[in-house]
Design a protein around this ligand. Sequence first.
Ligand SMILES: OC[C@@H]1[C@@H](O)[C@H](O)[C@@H](O)c2[nH]c(CCc3ccccc3)c[n+]21
Length: 452
Amino acid sequence: MSQAPVFPDGFLWGAATAAHQIEGSPLADGAGPSIWTRFAHTPGMTLNGDTGDVACDHYRRWKDDVKLMRDLGLQAYRFSVAWARVLPEGTGRINQAGLDFYSRLVDELLANGIEPLLTLYHWDLPAALDDRGGWLNRDSADWFAEYASVMYKALDGRVKKWVTLNEPWVITDGGYLHGALAPGHRSLFEAPIASHNLMRAHGAAVRAYREIGAHEIGLVVNIEPKYAASDSEADRVATRRAHAYMNEQYLHPALLGRYPEELEDVFGAAWPEWPKQDFELIRQKLDFVGINYYTRGVTEANDSYPLKAGSVRQPLATYSETGWEFYPKGLTDLLVWFKQTYGDTPVYITENGAAMYDPPAAEVDADGRGRVRDPLRTAYLRQHIGAIHDAIQAGVDVRGYMLWSLLDNLEWSLGYSKRFGMVHVNYATQQRTPKDSAHWYSGVIRSHGRSL
Ligand SMILES: OC[C@@H]1[C@@H](O)[C@H](O)[C@@H](O)c2[nH]c(CCc3ccccc3)c[n+]21
């Protein structure tokens, strides 16, 4: 019988969501539109034309949702603030009703013994700022620092863990290079500029926090280990390029003050000369880094644009509904790589989970509760929490785990077609039904991981 895993004292067990994906009511109480309000209402941009107009109606059901979190035993809750609720034009005028929504949410979390972990930017830029060039405008660093400062002054002390950006890689690769995400641009020249300004904005927000805040702030990145599909020179070089493009493109400037040199190969003539002083702004001491882990990439050289590298499907593996291989060892490998490359900055797993086909919550179990059997999700979560424990045993300072996601929710351009929640949402009735995985996770939290 293997030893029950022991997690460090204080290891934080929680779940994560994002504003646009769960709140609904995007224009309520004086809020301004975001680029996702616009993008989703542009014909053809999202599956079935799905929008965030209602989503999980969390903007109105937030108090019941906090009660649900308490009943599940969550110790922490990672959520994001919709910038355009607080600053409808992105800068200047504050919409007090928008700020009050988040202030009430934080107070309710604290009253229920749940620690808030607040993400300032989870992809929903105010449309008014996109009209001024958005992340392509170097002023975006000042806009973001102004917004962040409003939030710090309002909530710091009640919120003690802040995140500047969620996944600059996805924002840039999806929103500016391939156009799959808002604002839907497709430009090899725009992508590095948006990416660089996002990191300048991250640095400006951290610098502002050091003036105003008194607790912790970090950056959240999505990274995945890249393994060469063969030991051919072409595949090994392609794997190195893919690793630099996804895993080092943001952590290197944030923690080392420089880009990996492979990016010049990826962007070629589209790779600008960067002003040196930008890296003094971008590289700020961080109290933690959030890692969003879902899968690995077995990588081969191919003719994909512009990376000329791509992932190879693994025939005997299990895949989620989003086509992501179950590969928990990749999380251990990645965490060990992070420590070896960047040192002992504390790490939170700020997202991990899987979209699986869940049978409808039609069944009602003995005591009349709805029941959603999701054994594959429980298997995925068990394997990946075990992989985190292996990394902790290897000396990586992992401080917590935020399961993606608390609720089934709006999966961006894929609409409501992918269900990542440990709690099922019936979008017709807004009924929440904890899935079997949620009951299992509650047991993991109660036993501090020993029941894994
Ligand atoms: O796709 C599931 C979640 C999203 O719902 C979150 O908003 C986002 O933070 C997030 N990031 C990732 C991994 C990076 C990724 C995102 C979208 C598409 C492909 C890869 C997975 N997820």
